[in-house]
Design a protein around this ligand. Structure first.
Ligand code: ATP
Ligand code: MG
Length: 329
């Protein structure tokens, strides 16, 4: 089985964007690939976090993955917490020492997040090296992701190529898996930007844990435009196109079908339909989520995932350590 790997930062509650770019793809591919699904708590602290909230977000994220359809009982499914496997940080350091600083400060995510906080840390700069370590430790062939992380996967590919050329075949060169619909769910209040879980404006994102009333309110107040026509045009009509994308992603139909269904109607009707389909899906996830949190099974899943991930990562790290000349011969 080829390997697939992805992680979603526990930097807040998961959003419908995270579902489209990450979780739904894992669910779609889980029978086909050996899946490494981890909670990148080390990535989360690249921006300030409250420790208590971080602990809670980690466990809540695992429960939400499973509620959304990730099957922890599959023998090829490994769910673990990044910081419980020390090899990620070790390999990241080696990558940091092989990455030109300019390659890191050129990244879109670095530019966007550092612009929000003048006192940004070095961790925000070197984040893509840690992400490369997350991926390359496991010979992951596929990395499901939204469009926002494509550049980071490319950096991992470049590192893999560079190491393979310089030190001999060490790494599998991974490919991003970007969904056809929902690669960039947009911020509801500023549709020029992508939706993010660590937003300052709670009206901008629909969280998978939002209740019915909140979902309806957020969707009904989503920013659109004044032209009044339902057309899919991401450049000129990002707000309306976003609503059509969300409808398609959560109802399982194509963008063309959604346009055909709503064209000629008003934005109000489109918003009501989007809210309806989200309420139906998200409340079903939430029912399962509460049961999983109450079941007490998460620790067992994480212990098994940790042990397996350490076993695989230790083998790869040993090869890299020798290749770069660390320690004794
Ligand atoms: P943060 O604001 O803390 O960076 P985030 O919402 O961007 O949070 P990440 O943990 O950085 O979430 O990303 C987790 C996964 O979700 C990645 O695969 C990423 O590409 C995907 N993703 C994030 N936002 C979106 C979005 N708006 N649309 C589609 N996919 C997304
Ligand atoms: Mg992000």
């Amino acid at each position: 089985m080829d390997r697939l790997l992805t992680g979603l930062q526990p930097s807040g509650a998961l959003t419908i964007g995270n579902y489209c770019g990450g979780i739904s793809q894992i669910v779609n591919y889980q029978d086909k690939y050996e899946t490494f699904l981890f909670v990148p708590d080390m990535h989360a602290i690249t921006v300030p976090q409250d420790p208590e909230a971080l602990h809670r977000n980690i466990i809540n994220a695992i429960a939400m993955y499973i509620a959304c359809g990730v099957n922890p009982d599959l023998p090829n499914m490994h769910i673990y917490i990044q910081s419980e496997n020390l090899y990620h940080a070790n390999l990241s350091w080696i990558f940091e020492c092989h990455t030109p600083h300019g390659d890191l400060t050129r990244m879109h995510q670095f530019k966007a997040k550092s612009a929000k906080n003048e006192a940004f840390t070095e961790g925000l700069v070197t984040y893509p090296d840690l992400m490369a370590a997350d991926i390359l430790l496991y010979d992951a062939k596929y990395v499901p992701t939204g469009i926002d992380q494509k550049q980071h996967v490319e950096l991992a590919r470049n590192l893999a190529d560079r190491f393979n050329n310089r030190y001999g075949e060490l790494f599998v060169v991974s490919e991003p898996l970007i969904p056809v619909i929902g690669a960039k769910i947009r911020d509801l209040q500023n549709p020029e930007q992508k939706m993010s879980k660590s937003t300052d404006n709670p009206k901008a994102s629909v969280f998978l844990s939002d209740d019915e009333k909140v979902i309806r309110k957020k969707i009904m107040s989503a920013v659109t435009d004044s032209d009044g026509k339902i057309v899919f045009d991401e450049e000129n009509k990002p707000g309306v196109s976003n609503l059509l994308t969300i409808y398609s992603a959560f109802s399982g139909c194509t963008i063309e079908d959604s346009v055909a269904k709503f064209e000629g109607g008003g934005y109000g009707d489109l918003k009501k339909a989007v809210a309806e389909v989200l309420v139906e899906k998200l409340t079903a996830f939430q029912d399962k989520y509460n049961k999983i949190l109450a079941s007490g099974t998460i620790d067992e899943i994480l212990d098994a995932g940790r042990d397996y991930s350490i076993k695989i990562a230790a083998e790869k790290y040993e090869q890299v350590r020798r290749a770069v000349g660390f320690g004794r011969i």
